[in-house]
Design a protein around this ligand. Sequence first.
Ligand SMILES: [Zn+2]
Length: 225
Amino acid sequence: MSELNLILLGPPGAGKGTQADRLRDDFGLPHISTGDILRAQVAEGTELGLQAKRYMDAGELVPDEVIVGMITERVAEGDARDGFLLDGFPRNDQQADALSAALKGLERRLTAALLIDVPDDELVRRLAGRRVCVKNPSHIYHVDFDPPKHEGVCDQDGARLIQRDDDREETIRRRLEVYHSQTEPLIGYYDAAGLLRRFDGRRNADEVHAHIRATVATLRLEETL
Ligand SMILES: [Zn+2]
């Protein structure tokens, strides 16, 4: 067996999406984002999608069984036969148990949990520095890393740049609190299971990528032995 069944953990702003894209290119692993699966299944009106929609319409969280059902179906598809990179699930110990049971049912198991670690203050600096064009939200700047030529003005169309509510420091700190309270037990869970691999997310995206790629290549080698 040389499967790479991976989950990706890390706070908002750690660059998980970027790293997932690169791992997909390196190892051919499909990036399975639970948000994407949920939206797709609801849009297609599958049985699980309809179940999920009923909860969402009622303003309730979609229960773990429904999400796990969707993930189980997804990882059984052909492109995930040699592995996958799961992002956004599990979020707590109960979900981790459910995922592990679902994989066992497919005669598979998790290879590793990859954690991109970034201190809160660094995340706040990254996220709170973002400025977005009022005319075109795809025009994005950063006050430190990618500033516009003239402060508060979009280089491309001269429109005003604003900070979105989601990017305000208080909002980010609140999201980080939620992340820590939910995810820290999960990190302990995978650490205790010997599955956790930590990466220093303070480094730039290329360095983080090089480190993750080397680790995943080693995991693959170990799986084939
Ligand atoms: Zn603009």
